[in-house]
Write a protein that binds this ligand. Structure first.
Ligand code: FES
Length: 199
């Protein structure tokens, strides 16, 4: 008898968290369903993925899947683009010189590591041991980050940090910048991930 109130509150919590999980699942599944053109089998084989980027607002990121990997598409704000030129002395490979053609395609070998300065495309996998870094787009002091944090990504596994162009900061476990996958624009708002003009 005395257990009844606890059981009841526990049940309520379980139902609430179940609902939250379901909503989260639906929300994250939508971009995958609505933006993928090829069949499941073609995707598994590594087919290129067409993505409509029109709904990504400045400062937002969309994640899609290509060859089983998360690919991020970030629409950087003008402030985020401007920040890229101010922190180069803190970066391990600011000009993407390492592993030419492997980490950074020729058309993204620039300060923003992208075809268009505002749109950043990267494989969201840390170059250390393969964790997925989290978004840390808010600038300034915060836990686990330096006080002059310019915005970027933080890998939760061993603390590697990357700027808004996926360039790794100096003296971090990750050896390289985040990979920029082959990609090209089919139109202003349509990206093809996995293929480029040179492919
Ligand atoms: S896997 Fe990212 S820092 Fe180790």
């Amino acid at each position: 008898m005395s257990d009844t109130p606890m059981d009841s509150s526990k049940r309520t919590w379980l139902i609430a968290s179940g609902c939250a999980g379901a909503i989260g699942g639906v929300a994250t599944a939508i971009p995958f369903v609505s933006t993928f053109q090829p069949s499941e089998r073609a995707k598994a084989a590594g087919a290129a993925v067409e993505v409509d980027i029109s709904a990504i607002k400045p400062g937002e990121k969309l994640t899609v899947e290509w060859r089983g990997k998360p690919v991020w598409i970030v629409r950087r704000t003008p402030e985020q683009v401007a920040e890229l030129s101010k922190i180069e002395n803190e970066l391990a490979d600011p000009n993407s010189e390492r592993k030419p053609g492997e980490i950074t395609p020729a058309y993204a070998k620039n300060q923003a590591r992208s075809i268009k300065p505002e749109i950043f495309v990267a494989v969201g996998i840390c170059t250390h041991l393969g964790c997925s870094p989290g978004d840390k787009f808010v600038t300034g002091p915060q836990p686990s980050l330096p006080d002059n944090w310019p915005g970027g990504f933080l890998c939760p596994c061993h603390g590697s940090t990357f700027d808004m162009a996926g360039r790794v900061f100096k003296n971090k476990p990750a050896p390289d910048n985040l990979e920029v996958p082959p990609h090209m624009y089919l139109s202003d708002n349509k990206l093809l991930i996995g293929e480029d003009k040179s492919a």
